[in-house]
Design a protein around this ligand. Structure first.
Ligand SMILES: Nc1nc2c(ncn2[C@@H]2O[C@H](COP(=O)(O)OP(=O)(O)OP(=O)(O)O)[C@@H](O)[C@H]2O)c(=O)[nH]1
Ligand SMILES: C=C(OP(=O)(O)O)C(=O)O
Length: 212
């Protein structure tokens, strides 16, 4: 099965507030953009992915992600993450009604195309499915088969909400790169240990040079 991915990207100036201890205001927007660029570059390199639509109202993020080959869907102003995802899925399916769709967070800088392909292959067996994050509290990926609604319920404790909504929890082994989202300094260290993409590596090096 080939998938259409929707990737939400918050305004860079407001993104990754939980990384404030690790990256100050001068670096954090660049780091958030680097995460998104590495996530989307890996997604576009995944053989199971037909196309990627980024939903964002950030002009810089939209421009740089479009240059990688992603489509850009404007955000719903002020409506929040789940409304943005539902809106992006509607835009994707207006063009291709029978798409299998997956929402993928943009903070997966260690993402490997082969691991994403393994997760999507499992997800293809179910009407709706999700992958818990590395902390096993949140969600990094939520999928809906053709003809099924995505019903995104991302946010704090989303693993429980996605489970309660009837989505099947995926538990494939060896897909750490798809689960390792980056919210905190410890998450960033874990992602660096897995091996991040070139843009995140370069931006994280600025933190090390600054002695953090
Ligand atoms: N388009 C869009 N994306 C969002 C919005 N809120 C969060 N996201 C994205 O959703 C994913 C998960 O976001 P979070 O980790 O909860 O938020 P964050 O801004 O990245 O980090 P914090 O400020 O620390 O909460 C990331 O890809 C964000 O860029 C929103 O309102 N609109
Ligand atoms: C939005 C989510 O991510 P985070 O845990 O990074 O807030 C989520 O897990 O649903």
């Amino acid at each position: 099965m080939q998938w259409s991915l929707v990737v939400p990207v918050k305004s860079l100036a407001r993104a990754k507030s939980r990384l404030a201890d690790t990256a100050d205001d001068a670096v954090r927007p660049d780091l958030a953009l680097a995460f998104a660029l590495d996530t989307v570059a890996a997604a576009l390199a995944c053989p199971a992915v037909a196309d990627v639509a980024v939903v964002t109202d950030d002009l810089r993020a939209g421009r740089e992600l479009a240059a990688l080959g992603a489509a850009v869907v404007p955000d719903e102003p002020g409506a929040g993450l789940n409304a943005a995802l539902a809106h992006a899925v509607a835009a994707v399916r207006a063009a291709r009604a029978e798409s299998a769709v997956a929402a993928l967070n943009a903070d997966l800088p260690a993402l490997r195309p082969a691991e994403l392909a393994r997760v999507l292959e499992r997800a293809a067996q179910f009407p709706r499915a999700f992958l818990p994050d590395a902390a096993a509290i949140g969600t990094t990926l939520l999928t809906a088969a053709p003809g099924r609604e995505l019903r995104p319920a991302f946010g704090p404790d989303s693993r429980n909400r996605h489970r309660a909504s009837g989505a099947v929890e995926l538990r494939p082994a060896g897909v750490d790169s798809v689960r390792q989202d980056v919210d905190t300094g410890d998450d960033l260290r874990a992602a660096l240990a897995l091996g991040v993409g070139a843009r995140t590596a370069a931006t994280a090096a600025r933190l090390l040079i600054a002695g953090q």
